[in-house]
Design a protein around this ligand. Structure first.
Ligand code: KIV
Length: 266
């Protein structure tokens, strides 16, 4: 049992204290992130881009996710470990159960799935079977080919109402946490108020219950040379990785990151 559990995250939301989540892909960086006070380590399928050098998350396999989850578990010092289900590893219920078992047996305490209302059934079945689920809404990178690029989601009244309805339906289905990526800040604030479960944002403004960044982005490292609007380089002004991670955690906890300039309008 990690020091940070679902109850810890729920209590942080109730007290209005922010949750700091950061991606990690190996033992050394996982340990450093824990020393900096990160609450949740996310083994994101972003590893397809920042570790493997692909241009999307689609080539990442479940075996890759299991490998990196096991590595992070070995470096973890009390954070809650959240692992992504890779593209098409949750296409039907039987496959979803097997994929979750593999990730949790490798060390995950919670799994993350990308989607919308269609996730209600798998989420409720998984919750019944002892698998806590984080539902990733908004810009879901595994659907980049449907979106036609990495675009802000939930803009305009109809899309915003749909996203709010999806969030509430997934909470009702049994989701333990939501992650909102690249949605207008005002909408993310509304969703965070509307649900009782913790809501983590990336490119979703400061009013969610917590923040997540891809570790390489936080460190100012970019293979493509492009920096998304919602990223801040926390290495700048620091002389160590621990200093950069600690600056991120402090800024999240103090609600100083993200600033208005990192968010999106409706
Ligand atoms: O894969 C990942 O790192 C993620 C974050 C971008 C939230 O899902």
């Amino acid at each position: 049992m990690p020091a940070v559990t679902l109850s810890t995250l729920q209590a942080l939301k109730q007290k209005g204290e922010k949750i700091a989540m950061l991606t990690a892909y190996d033992a050394t960086f996982a340990k450093l992130a824990c020393q900096a006070g990160v609450d949740v380590l996310l083994i994101g399928d972003s590893l397809g881009m920042v570790v493997q050098g692909h241009d999307s998350t689609l080539p990442v396999s479940l075996a890759d996710m299991v490998y990196h989850t096991a590595a992070v578990k070995r470096g973890n010092q009390g954070a809650l470990i959240l692992s992504d289900l890779s593209f098409m590893s949750y296409a039907n219920l039987e496959q979803t159960y097997a994929s979750c078992a593999a990730l949790m047996q490798a060390g995950a305490h919670m799994v993350k799935l990308e989607g919308a209302a269609w996730l209600a059934e798998p989420i409720s079945r998984l919750a019944e079977r002892g698998v806590p689920v984080c539902a990733h809404l908004g810009l879901t990178p595994q659907s980049v080919n449907v979106f036609g690029g990495y675009k802000v989601q939930g803009r305009g009244e109809a899309q915003a109402r749909q996203l709010l309805a999806d969030a509430m339906a997934l909470e009702q289905a049994g989701a333990a946490m939501l992650l909102l990526e690249c949605v207008p800040s005002a909408l993310a604030a509304e969703i965070s108020r509307a649900v009782q479960i913790p809501v983590i944002g990336i490119g979703a403004g400061v009013d969610t219950d917590g923040q997540v960044l891809v570790m390489h982005d936080l460190l100012g490292l970019s293979l493509s040379g492009r920096t998304p609007k919602f990223v801040k380089n926390f290495m700048s002004g620091q002389d160590s990785l621990l200093g950069a991670f600690s600056a991120y955690v402090r800024a999240v906890k103090a609600a100083e990151f993200p600033a208005a300039e990192h968010g999106f309008s409706a």
